[in-house]
Design a protein around this ligand. Structure first.
Ligand code: DQA
Length: 147
């Protein structure tokens, strides 16, 4: 398959615990459910998915750098790195790929430190507060952007 047909799905720290972590905030679906949903949605749009989740900033940055070679766009939930990581932002910028940012919870209804994102102003689309459905929408939006 051509390199223009793959998206990178990035999930940041603690998202490996989805389903058991604060289910009242993040729901009962697991990371595997999220990755399946994105893969299914992407495949309907003729896209493949490479999924990465890590609790380590450098691992996420390396995966984003790698996307320069063979991905057409990025769907990312950077977890708490959203609010802290200039390095992740710089890595996303370096790819020059379209980015769709997604958060399960409505970060704007939560603590003030979650209101700022280092990613939102460089993202094509930002989806918050829709739970796991937000990933489906984010994937459809990226597919639309990729034409
Ligand atoms: C999150 C929101 C972040 O503030 C938090 O640190 C997360 C998950 C979300 O999906 O709602 O880990 O990105």
């Amino acid at each position: 398959m051509s390199t223009s047909k793959r998206l990178l799905l990035v999930n940041g720290p603690n998202l490996n615990l989805l389903g058991t972590r604060e289910p009242d905030v993040y729901g009962h679906d697991t990371l595997a459910d999220v990755e399946d949903l994105v893969a299914g949605t992407a495949s309907e749009a003729g896209l493949e998915v490479r999924a990465v989740q890590s609790n380590h900033e450098g691992v996420l940055i390396d995966a984003i750098h790698e996307a320069r070679n063979d991905c057409a766009g990025i769907v990312i939930n950077p977890g708490a790195f959203t609010h802290t990581s200039i390095a992740l932002r710089d890595a996303l910028l370096a790819t020059e790929l379209p980015v769709v940012e997604v958060h399960l919870s409505n970060v704007h209804r939560r603590e003030a430190f979650r209101h700022h994102s280092y990613v939102s102003d460089i993202a094509e689309v930002v989806v918050v507060g829709a739970g796991i459905d937000g990933y489906e929408f984010a994937t459809r939006q990226l597919a639309r952007i990729l034409g």
